[in-house]
Design a protein around this ligand. Sequence first.
Ligand code: UDP
Length: 384
Amino acid sequence: MTRPAPNTAPNAPVLVVGAGLSGAVLARELAEAGWPCHVIDARPHVGGNCHTARDPETGVMVHTYGPHIFHTGDAATWAYVTRFARFRRYTHRVKTTSRGAVYGLPINLHTINQFYGKTLRPTEAEAFLATQADTSITAPRNFEEQALRFVGRDLYEAFFKGYTQKQWGCAPRELPAAILQRLPLRFTYDDSYFNHPYQGMPEDGYTALTQAILAHPAIRVSLNTTYTPDLADGARHIFWTGALDGYFDYALGRLGYRTLEFERFTATGDYQGCAVMNYADADIPYTRITEHKHFAPWERHAKTTCYREYSRAAAPGDIPFYPIRLVAEQALLKRYVARAKTLENVSFIGRLGTYRYLDMDVTIREARAAAAQFLAQGGTLAPF
Ligand code: UDP
């Protein structure tokens, strides 16, 4: 894609492509510093994949593109989001169904005792698991080795192997160990999914949160608007939060993504008793069922909305969800990054713009940092 020469007039507008969290936060930071921003998004709503909307049939607030739970260890990011929306207390707990039994995740003392039919105390469980772990693996090179090293083969095969194969569409030994490092392992009965001290749900959903971030007189938002180079006419800078390879019209090939399909169904009352039930067995085709009303336990609804979630490789035109950062993608990514670095006045940020598996708090922190750097440099920024 080409674009006209940048407008170097003081405070010339900035074009932000994408009205998800990255684009909204970046635009807000620039707007507050006096830079007018034009935020465009191809979709009919803001919020990107965090988008939430009420199901017209049940009234339940649905996480349209799958569950999003805000959690962070960063007090500044928590202060930032709570400026724009009222957050309600929500502690994420996940169950998993494996071989006909239900367990708590992440693996904690209850999971271990239930799985092995034992009554171990914390230090006993730690010692016991050490006997299960494959200590011949000193530096795990992939997901499978990471699991075998830390929890051993039995727990790996019951909880991680089938789920991961379904989620990523490849053998766990082809995946980086870092994916498993997202999940804690605990020798207490604490079954909170995340370790972070700040955790919650925006009372009116993530779309309302994003709208509030964008509600500034210096920000103009155009929805249903796909990027074309003429939109950059007169702009000082472009912040691109869409897919990195998409900016270059996929000229070097496509970066791989997993996409998700959701099969919606409704029921009366409570369908599964929790927000997220994972399905660990390989012969069940979906990875998990999300029952959205449990994300808002302060609301009352007679009916319930659930999503069965299926993961598959993204084809052209599918919504990209998880970047697949295997060896081939890493090599292609390097080539796109090299191209991006040659561009002046275009910066790539966010999950799609940098092709990384980002949590919401990191997305916000990075967008704020990019804005701060842009402002500190008087309206310029290194291109990647
Ligand atoms: N995972 C698994 N079994 C589970 C839950 C997670 O094997 O029941 C693995 C899976 O490979 C997943 C990774 O752990 O991609 C990270 O899980 P997390 O819950 O962080 O994934 P998210 O829901 O955020 O995509």
